[in-house]
Design a protein around this ligand. Structure first.
Ligand code: FAD
Ligand code: SF4
Length: 512
């Protein structure tokens, strides 16, 4: 055997660089399902099932492409239980002359594979992951010498470099950003008839995986009776087409809206397919741009969508790979509370959180605003230790892989990196949730009340957060107005906020 090409569960792309020069006569592919990937961090049932189902379908695609494959299943006798141990055992058995792989997305996995190769005395050829628009080296060059990093400038550079939504060197429509046209709520009339989700009936391969996960990981959170994620490249392409046809035109307008009981709205639900590499971001961006050029979707929607992929997705990957491993330890606000146990069950009487948690457990999905301004916001203002928040997000979402989850959670949502990802902590009272959804109407709490029995916990914790961090936040010009308001509170007001916040922290308020 000349090369063993290592393929990880989130590298399911037949055209990945790891396959360049692949010769079926002398090379073979290596894949393994190992329990460690579901247990070293807690992984929900939908997340584990999606990874395993997509891996097994990719194994079929490899076979169809005539690429020899050594594949270990979770239930195989002698499964070594971890990527490193399984790879070491297979190296000893297959005796390849060298290892080849596309650069892994996860810092921990890269270290583990390097260590296995070194211990076996084998050369390890790690190739650039050309799935992404921007290499880590290019990101490092962009970041070099800048006092602060801002997504907006990075994104504009990428638009120019890749000629996306550009006309003669200028942004289409004469501006880079159409945020002002986006971000509406559905209003009292509600969202009306929403396009149905592009769901996929599990085939026999996926049904086997579902049964296996239910048996093997019975105690892990989440449900599998609603599993309908795309698990093959063909299904991923159908999902993309469905989004472009039915959702993209209104994506921008309702990007930040929430509606009880409907997780899908006008979002794309493509993050998991993208992160597993079933879809290439270039084809997603190109399809969105083409929809605008064909007059099918307005520029504000298309620009808003492309910004998420060509901007945010590439930006967070750059942050991750240029800052790890120290990034994972960040705790700039010195937060040490435990994550409330009901994050894992949904048993809370706060209507907005209950809805976001229920759909998270049912589908492994929540939209960006639910992650940032409901579950994330509550944990931030409660003062939960950021690493516990990180462990939760990494476990529960089907699209959760560390390179994208960690900067979003630790940086954007919890401000644990001290302002690298976002220029200020995203904090708000329950009134923000009231503006973007009808949740508060059906809730026992009142977002307008700061203290008292009916006070919305978000509103109490907002003031508590500002009081706790008053001095540090006063140095941030973008927080000036909020800090000024907190300075006006009387001692009695402060005391009442402290007492109510204490009751929330002790779990006397908010549990189901
Ligand atoms: P859409 O709203 O349709 O957006 C289109 C695409 O843009 C997404 O599919 C995704 O690939 C990309 N995108 C959008 N926002 C971001 C972002 N902030 N960072 C990177 N890419 C983005 N995204 C993940 O893919 N995996 C995660 O583990 C993850 N964890 C998150 C944790 C927190 C606390 C927060 C606030 C956000 C997180 N996100 C994560 C980003 C974002 O919430 C999800 O990508 C999005 O909700 C997925 O749903 P969608 O495919 O319908 O997205
Ligand atoms: Fe959420 Fe507060 Fe509104 Fe209840 S009142 S739904 S807890 S924001």
């Amino acid at each position: 055997l000349r090369h063993l090409v290592v393929v990880l569960g989130d590298q399911l792309d037949l055209d990945a660089s790891g396959f360049d020069g692949f010769d079926a006569a002398t090379d073979a592919v290596w894949m393994a399902e190992v329990a460690e990937e579901s247990t070293h961090v807690w992984s929900s049932q939908p997340r584990t099932a999606l990874f395993l189902a997509a891996m097994r379908h990719f194994a079929l695609a490899l076979q169809a492409a005539g690429r020899p494959l050594h594949y270990t299943r979770l239930e195989d006798a002698g499964n070594a239980g971890s990527l490193a141990a399984q790879l070491a055992a297979d190296i000893a058995r297959l005796r390849p002359a060298g290892l080849v792989m596309t650069a892994p997305g996860d810092w921990r996995v890269l270290q583990a594979i390097k260590a296995v190769a070194a211990a076996a005395g084998l050369p390890l050829d790690i190739r650039e992951d050309r799935h992404f628009f921007v290499t880590v080296r290019e990101f490092a060059a962009h970041a070099k010498g800048r006092k602060s990093l801002r997504m907006e400038y990075f994104y504009r550079e990428q638009r120019q470099r890749h000629g996306v939504l550009m006309q003669d060197g200028q942004p289409e429509g004469g501006q880079w950003n159409f945020d002002a046209d986006n971000r509406e709520a559905f209003g009292s009339a509600g969202p009306g008839l929403l396009p149905p989700r592009a769901g996929f009936e599990p085939d026999v391969v996926t049904r086997d995986v579902i049964a296996l996960v239910q048996r093997r990981f019975a105690s892990h959170p989440g449900r599998l009776d609603t599993f309908a994620w795309p698990v093959t490249r063909e299904q991923a392409l159908q999902s993309l087409q469905d989004f472009i046809t039915h959702r993209l035109p209104l994506f921008g307008r309702y990007q930040d809206a929430m509606w009880p009981g409907d997780p899908w709205l006008y979002h794309s639900h493509l993050s998991a397919a993208l992160n597993l590499k079933l879809l290439n971001p270039r084809e997603v961006v190109a399809a969105a741009e083409a929809a605008w050029r064909a007059g099918h979707a307005p520029l504000a929607s298309v620009e808003g969508f492309i910004r998420q992929i060509l901007g945010w997705r590439e930006y967070v990957r750059g942050i991750y790979w240029t800052r790890m491993p120290a990034y994972a330890d960040g705790n700039a606000l010195d937060a040490h509370e435990d994550l409330p146990a009901w994050y894992w069950t949904g048993a809370t009487d706060m209507a907005c959180l209950r809805d976001a948690l229920a759909q998270t457990l049912a589908h492994g999905y929540a939209n960006h605003i639910q992650r940032l301004m409901v579950t994330g916001l509550f944990a931030l203002m409660l003062g939960v230790q950021p690493q516990q928040v990180h462990a939760w997000y990494l476990a529960v979402y089907v699209d959760a892989v560390e390179w994208v989850e960690l900067p979003n959670t630790l940086g954007m949502s919890q401000y644990a990196d001290g302002g690298l990802m976002g220029s200020k902590p995203y904090v708000a009272t329950g009134k923000y949730i009231q503006r973007m959804s009808p949740h508060c109407q059906g809730c026992r709490y009142d977002p307008a009340q700061r203290t008292g029995d009916r006070a919305c916990p978000f509103t109490t914790l907002y003031w508590d957060f500002l009081m706790r961090h008053e001095q540090a936040l006063a140095r941030n010009p973008r927080m000036a107005l909020q800090v000024k308001n907190v300075a006006r509170l009387s001692d009695a007001d402060r005391q009442a906020v402290l007492e109510r916040a204490g009751a929330i922290r002790r779990g006397e308020v908010g549990h189901g």
